[in-house]
Design a protein. Sequence first.
Lengths: 388, 388
Amino acid sequence: MQPFEFYNPTKIIFGKDTTSETGKEISSFAENVLFIYGKESIKRNGIYDKTVNSLKNAGVNFIEKSGVKPNPSINFVREAVDLYKKHNLDAIVAVGGGSVIDTAKAVATGVKVDFDPWLFYTGEKTVEDAAPIAVVLTLAATASEMNSGSVISNEETQQKFNCVSPLLFPKVSVLDPVNTFTVPYNQTANGAIDTIIHALETYLNSEDKNIMIVDSLIEAIVKTAIDSAEKIFKNPEDYDSRANMMWAATLALNGLTGSGAGPKIFPMHMIEHSLSAIYDIPHGVGLSIVGPAWMKYKVQNSPEKFAKLAKNVFQFHGPNTKAQALAAIAKLESWFKNEAKAPVRLSEVGIPESDLDKIAENAYEISCKWGLKEYTKEIIKEILEKAV
Amino acid sequence: MQPFEFYNPTKIIFGKDTTSETGKEISSFAENVLFIYGKESIKRNGIYDKTVNSLKNAGVNFIEKSGVKPNPSINFVREAVDLYKKHNLDAIVAVGGGSVIDTAKAVATGVKVDFDPWLFYTGEKTVEDAAPIAVVLTLAATASEMNSGSVISNEETQQKFNCVSPLLFPKVSVLDPVNTFTVPYNQTANGAIDTIIHALETYLNSEDKNIMIVDSLIEAIVKTAIDSAEKIFKNPEDYDSRANMMWAATLALNGLTGSGAGPKIFPMHMIEHSLSAIYDIPHGVGLSIVGPAWMKYKVQNSPEKFAKLAKNVFQFHGPNTKAQALAAIAKLESWFKNEAKAPVRLSEVGIPESDLDKIAENAYEISCKWGLKEYTKEIIKEILEKAV
């Protein structure tokens, strides 16, 4: 087992009708907040009203800023920072999924400095202070509700970069599975894929064979994500399945899962970030395409963990390690395609083979930023070719 | 899935040779600390020197207080509180297992008040402040290194009571598996049994059948504890097995495991606390006796979870639910007896059948304190009879 540090001070409030507790929680640390959300859909499904009532009942004043998009933009962050500063607010409440929460984190850093918060994402500046954040989660996917990372896109430069700081943990996150009842099929599927890939980045990238506690926790998350998603596809208002999915998604990337497996590297996410930076496709869709392609590259020299995945998650025993390992990839790819109904090839989202160099170039910049020496431009292109 | 709140701000530093980081960590919040430990064995196995050197290197001054016993005593706590106050210290470093950490927590509350800290354990007073605690763990068992509970015994009243407060989370816990290399067979076994029972209290007491993420995480912990313990019994210096056991033990009761399963009740611990309060037997030994007895009572009306345990942990499929459920209990009891070599009957530790009323009386007091209405004196005696 490999050394690690784990620290996660986010308070989780989980359960039906917990959205009403948001205001009371916030009132313990803030009086005037910036209320950030994405589309107007939270007004149709009642989450907006539930949040607003909760804030009002607790005497928390708020200024609204809506319009966060998937692959959230640094331009939106800059506008929100200005609004926060203008009104001299004390905290941020993010009502949404990963895009909204990641935006809130970027704003939380930006309001404490006089320079452009994008510099935290390029790595030119380090976070030294941040405003407190509360979350009302509406999508089970990114685990941003319980981690210290944020990913923001810069449309001008076609860069999708991340920032990590212990100051970015939300202070409190309200996880009410009912708030995900109206999430449509494709977004539910994208969230499940994101959860599965989060868990597997650690599992498949670790060379350590003696980490039973780590691997078995990850297998539990992958099995739960698959099982819950299938039930949700049949009945979107199945509370228990939405709940299992929501908690599995949070646990998949809250820092605990994978601790002990060695350095946490994210090569599938690295290449996906380039896809969504350039083509503005949803993160889950990008992972559904990149995931199986990367696995077909990785399995060549490291089949053992894939074979273990086949056995423990898919109850599949092949005639030998290689066959068993390949079966794990085939089963995952088939699940992405046939159950999640997500694209698994670049052509399915209109990305031509002639763009591979451009994508590899973009991803290589992230590879350098993350120190993933194995992933040269050539290797990245080799992986992308498996997704053609 | 049932509603829950989760909050755990303890920082974990895990890995080989991490004991040397203790002083640096403490120096960020304290200059003068009370250094609490149990027996002189930490001087023989080098943990004492490693800790002292780390404190000295970081410029942290310390006063020593040794002699914490298993089933730690409120009298020791009172003496340590006086010492802390006399020297005007700012924090406590606990080097040991659950008894030492629980003592440190009691001292941490006592130094902030002018009354007897036992009142926090009887429930007459509520914790409103506590000194910060750092831990160097030397035994994988109780998870006190990453939770907010403390259990202390009062020899005069033969009471073993607990206190829970979010102020009791250690600030930092150093988990170096090497520090458990010298833990002898029986204590390693007791720790494994404690870990298994911690995990199963939630699993077996939940009526909720739709908590796949919760149950599968618990199954991962139980499987790991069994697998790691067997390897440690053969080779006490097997680093990876000590590491898997250590992290599994911490996860078994850090508040995360079992969240979503419903109210966390601990009937096996309730009866065990009476055994160790009256007879001063090790906690793990008490659980090894009470656990199977309680399971034989519980399975009568709720065989489903036991049957699931048999299938998912022991890969056993019986001809029907009842047979499968009973097999899980038989397999656990056999493991406690034959692998862990722990007693599974009261007579094995010299407790006569004529004492059952006295034990039931004592446990009933805890039952009332914990609000476990099902557990009347008669039911507790019925359970104890299964351990005769």
